[in-house]
Design a protein around this ligand. Structure first.
Ligand SMILES: O=C1O[C@H](COP(=O)(O)O)[C@@H](O)[C@H](O)[C@H]1O
Length: 256
């Protein structure tokens, strides 16, 4: 048995080159997945990430009708609320591309009074998508796109939180997020770490310090450092130069 592969880190000189390279990477992942399985399963984060994805709009080779989209985490607010990760993705991308609506999996906000039920419902949506196709204990996403907060959180997995040791559930909820809003659901580590590919995206000098800790000092154990997909899964980092400016970690030239 091999341990997880080391993260592959790319750094780009501008937002535009980062966005262009990320688009090529996603299209390659999509093509490979469709060739193998006829579909592309992807989990997307909120925050600054959706804006990076609008580089995909109008690109040749994107088969939007094959995309099956889940959220890596979601805030428990109405789907049209400014804090909703779904609304962010809808505004930045989904309202501009032809992904069939029933292939974009949102939380059922009508269950918001009972977060356990709401998280279960989201887990059931995943089970319907994956369980009959992959016999594995956990779903195998083709791609999970993550961000990282200044405290090292990723998805809604926050430093020191008990959810960091969740080993069973696919989707869990929290009511005490240190970053508002407090009520959220999130994919758990077992799901994230079973993905074929996980790509983090981070830009701007305000991410430089946390990236240094996450990548150069993984033993500190920040939530983003704990994303280490099991072989043959691989984790990639798409950074811009200001975000990567403090890193000792070896960067890999991007070719695609
Ligand atoms: O609260 C959240 O924050 C993280 C990081 O956001 P960013 O704006 O610093 O990129 C995000 O990935 C997550 O989806 C979101 O719910």
């Amino acid at each position: 048995m091999h341990g997880p592969s080391a993260p592959i880190v790319y750094s780009f000189e501008s937002f535009d080159t980062l966005q262009d390279s990320l688009s090529k990477f996603i299209i390659r992942a999509q093509r490979d997945s469709i060739e193998k399985k006829g579909r592309f399963t992807v989990a997307i984060s909120g925050g600054s990430l959706p804006k990076q994805l609008n580089g995909l709009i109008g690109r040749a080779g994107v088969k939007w009708d094959k995309w099956h989209v889940f959220y890596a985490d979601e805030r428990v607010v109405p789907l049209d609320h400014e804090d909703s990760n779904h609304k962010l993705c809808l505004d930045q991308l989904f309202s501009k591309v032809p992904i069939p609506q029933d292939q974009i999996h949102t939380i059922d906000y009508s269950l918001a009074d009972d977060l356990e039920n709401l998280a279960d419902d989201y887990e059931q949506q995943l089970i319907r998508e994956f369980a009959s196709r992959d016999s594995a204990r956990f779903p195998i996403f083709d791609l999970i796109l993550l961000g990282v907060g200044p405290d090292g959180h990723t998805a809604s997995l926050f430093p020191g939180h008990e959810l960091l040791s969740e080993e069973d559930r696919w989707v869990a909820y929290i009511t005490d997020s240190p970053k508002p809003p407090p009520k959220r659901i999130t994919l758990t580590y077992p799901v994230i770490n079973h993905a074929s590919r996980v790509a983090f995206v981070a830009s701007g000098a305000n991410k430089a310090d946390v990236l240094k800790t996450v990548l150069d000092e993984p033993n500190v154990g920040l939530p983003a450092s704990r994303v280490r997909p099991i072989t043959p899964g691989q984790v990639y980092w798409f950074l811009d130069d200001p975000a990567a400016s403090q890193l000792q970690y070896t960067k890999t030239p991007f070719h695609m």
